[in-house]
Design a protein. Sequence first.
Length: 204
Amino acid sequence: MENHIYTTFEQIKDRSAKEVYLKQKGKVIWMTGLSGSGKTTLASALEKRLFELNYFCQILDGDNVRSGINKNLRFTDADRMENIRRIAEVSKLFMNCGIILICAFISPTNEMRNMAREIIGEDDFLEVFIDTPLEVCEQRDPKGLYKKARAGEIPNFTGISAPFEVPAHPFMSVKNTNPEINETVREMLKKIIPEVRWDPSDIL
């Protein structure tokens, strides 16, 4: 008989019980877009609004994963794929606790995002394309990365020397050129709330 080393899965409370406890559905909101498109800003505003509506969320972005779980990864193609794979696996663990994950990552290729979708599950992966033109991102350039990329100091920089593949069929696309983000967040909530709202009839 084959030994199964993952016996703890059978001992852990299942996802549905935790969703009932939290009165919400665990989902992964995966924000993708160019550097400077506003992913993290929108993620923070969305988290704040969801929290006000009594939803329990967690944001994952480049800062909090690269400073911890992925701090040993560099920016080679292989490490970038591994970065996204680990993020997806961690997101799935949170989601299975009934938590709503808001992930803000450039994740520039369909291959990367499809890998994340496969790990998390089609029904639970809400891909949100933050559709901000390159020229707007360059004007913002909060970390000075575009300036360095244009000067050749950062190789393979998405949008400059490396491609960004626009999602073909995202859960939603968000235009983010207006500095007033409240309307953008309201637009997002209209689509996201039905996906995360807990309905007692689901367990009857």
